[in-house]
Design a protein around this ligand. Structure first.
Ligand code: M6P
Ligand code: ZN
Length: 187
């Protein structure tokens, strides 16, 4: 940086979709084939086209993972669809530094944010365009797309939060979001 220099931003957000562009935006994808044992009906998952896209994440991670003081920013797009009667959803995680919090917010489409505390109590918040969700310390989080169009949501979290997938990989959440008579229902 030079003294008195005026620059343009190096990253941009498309305000309709919250798609991220510019320097250092990373992109990752999860297909149905990469989500073994995430959904309740593993037989139904295995019968699907394993290349089906379930969700993708764009993120700006300007600080080294684990560094104290940095911030991360991401946009996740979950495709519409179900495995058996369970909606397409993210893998879900606690934070490795378990007392770190995160914001999620709805951008486009309809979904449900599933939250589970350390005592395995699970509840949910409806995600719609403009809904803002503060995910406090020690709370596992996962998002499901309950609509017929892609669900876009934003996320912001500390660079030292990390991801702990162990508990969810082993025991899942204590409730699943399934469609019952056309209605998203926690069971
Ligand atoms: C959000 C953030 C990311 C997370 C992503 C997908 O963008 O919370 O940290 O990786 O959602 O969620 P998961 O890693 O649980 O599949
Ligand atoms: Zn998180």
């Amino acid at each position: 940086m030079k003294q008195l220099e005026i620059k343009s931003a190096q990253q941009a957000i498309d305000l309709k979709t919250w798609a991220l562009s510019g320097e250092g935006i990373i992109e990752s994808k999860r297909t149905i084939g990469q989500l073994a044992n995430v959904f309740g009906d593993e037989q139904a998952r295995k019968k699907m086209n394993q290349d089906t896209l379930a969700y993708n994440v764009q993120a700006h991670l300007p600080a080294k993972e684990g560094t104290l003081g940095g911030l991360y920013f991401g946009t996740t797009i979950i495709q519409p669809g179900k495995v058996g009667n369970e909606y397409f959803m993210t893998r879900g995680h606690f934070h490795a530094s378990s007392d770190r919090a995160e914001y999620y917010w709805g951008v486009k489409g309809e979904g449900m944010l599933l939250l589970m505390d350390k005592n395995r109590i699970t509840w949910a918040e409806k995600m719609i365009p403009g809904s803002l969700h503060y995910i406090g310390a020690d709370i596992a989080h996962r998002v499901a797309n309950t609509g017929n169009e892609p669900l876009h949501f934003g996320a912001a979290w500390p660079s030292d939060a990390g991801h702990n997938y162990d508990e969810i990989d082993k025991n899942g959440f204590s409730a699943r979001l399934v469609e019952v008579d056309g209605v998203p229902t926690l069971v």
